[in-house]
Design a protein around this ligand. Structure first.
Ligand code: HSE
Length: 361
């Protein structure tokens, strides 16, 4: 049975949800996936670091009270020691789930680089390193024969990036537009129900949809990063985030909402990237009052959706959860599956030779 040892960098909601799934659901996961998972290192700004090559007791660390740290545990320290742990631990795969820094993607980008440089695959839900450094990190991974997976950077566990890469290969995608932020979509729905902006944001925070600083959700900068990732991954064009004209939803008034409803329209925060006649991409983030016929108009609550406009199929829309700790942890699991499949394919020729000659060469 194949096993993958994991290092969890960041032990917030998403990593904890992953640890809970691994801890509570190990037998089912193993039966369904054909491999086992073991966590051998955890680092976190609040908890410090814990390195136990034989496997960490997840039930125990998940039960540690808020405000405590790993300092008293064997292999533990009150300091995160990210670089030392990432480079020195025995993990096969580094799971990067620290906070998103939209300016330079740090320190997450360095976490990814250190992991790849020390021979470890990476899965991340962090939009920063992907939106800002995917080309260089992807090239580093490729030269080392390692995986750099980031399905959860857009639409949490809803498999939008892999869908585009694996399901649309013979199509030309001319544009990709979507509702890419669960918090703002939830807030717009609550605003339609008469709830104030502030109260709706507080609800979204309570439900775990919002970023630590919800400004990124409300003013569109979270969507801007996701549009950059979609442009790069689906349209194959790098669009600097600074060139994506961005407007959020805080300027939408009660009167705007009432007026739109009277005309059968619904306000949505739409992120889009569209090929131009000149071969470039026009990317933007803005609130749009959509008519009921639009494929994104019926997407409500924290649900997200992406509509691909293609040459042969017309419009294809994929909808699903766009935020949430368990939903985002699922994206990490889907990345682990992708890493396992790639690794299994790499060993296949040798298996074939063993089969042919009856002995390991
Ligand atoms: N805060 C984000 C959202 C989480 O609300 O969609 C996923 O990026």
């Amino acid at each position: 049975m194949r096993n993958y040892d994991l290092a969890l960098i960041g032990f917030g909601g998403v990593s904890r949800a992953l640890a809970e799934i691994i801890s509570n659901d190990a037998a089912r996961l193993t039966a369904q996936l054909g491999f086992t998972l073991r966590v051998v290192a955890i680092t976190d700004l609040a908890f410090g670091s814990l390195v136990q090559p034989g496997g960490i007791d997840l039930e125990h660390v998940l039960a540690l009270p808020r405000g405590s740290d790993f300092g008293g545990l064997p292999g533990g320290s009150a300091e995160p020691n990210n670089r030392e742990v990432i480079q020195g631990c025995t993990a096969d795969i580094v799971v990067e789930a620290t906070f998103t820094n939209p300016s330079d993607g740090e320190p997450a980008a360095s976490h990814v680089r250190w992991a790849l440089e020390s021979g470890k695959h990476v899965t991340t839900t962090n939009k920063g390193p992907v939106a800002l450094h995917a080309a260089s990190l992807g090239a580093l991974a490729a030269t080392r024969g390692l995986a750099f997976e980031f399905e959860g950077s857009v639409l949490s566990g809803t498999p939008i990036l892999r869908f585009a890469q694996q399901m649309l290969p013979a199509l030309t995608v001319t544009s990709v537009e979507g509702i890419l932020n669960g918090t703002s979509n939830y807030v717009l729905g609550r605003r339609e129900a008469g709830v104030s902006l502030e109260a709706a944001i507080a609800e979204a925070q309570q439900l775990g949809y919002a970023e630590a600083d919800p400004t990124a959700d409300i003013e569109g900068s979270d969507v801007r990063l996701k549009v950059a990732i979609l442009a790069q991954q689906v349209l194959g064009v790098d669009v600097p985030t600074t060139e994506i004209v961005t407007e959020g939803i805080s300027g939408i008034t009660d009167a705007d909402i009432v007026e739109a409803a009277a005309q059968g329209l619904r306000w949505k925060l739409v992120g889009s990237a569209t090929r131009t006649a000149e071969g470039g991409v026009e990317a933007r983030v803005r609130p749009v009052a959509l008519s009921a016929e639009h494929p994104l108009a019926g997407i409500t609550g924290p649900t997200n959706a992406v509509t691909f406009t293609t040459d042969l199929l017309g419009q294809v829309t994929v909808a699903g959860p766009g935020a949430g700790r368990v939903e985002t942890a699922y994206a990490l699991i889907s990345d682990l599956v992708a890493i396992d499949r790639a690794a299994s394919q790499r060993v296949a020729p040798e298996d074939e030779l063993v089969g042919l000659f009856g002995a390991t060469l």
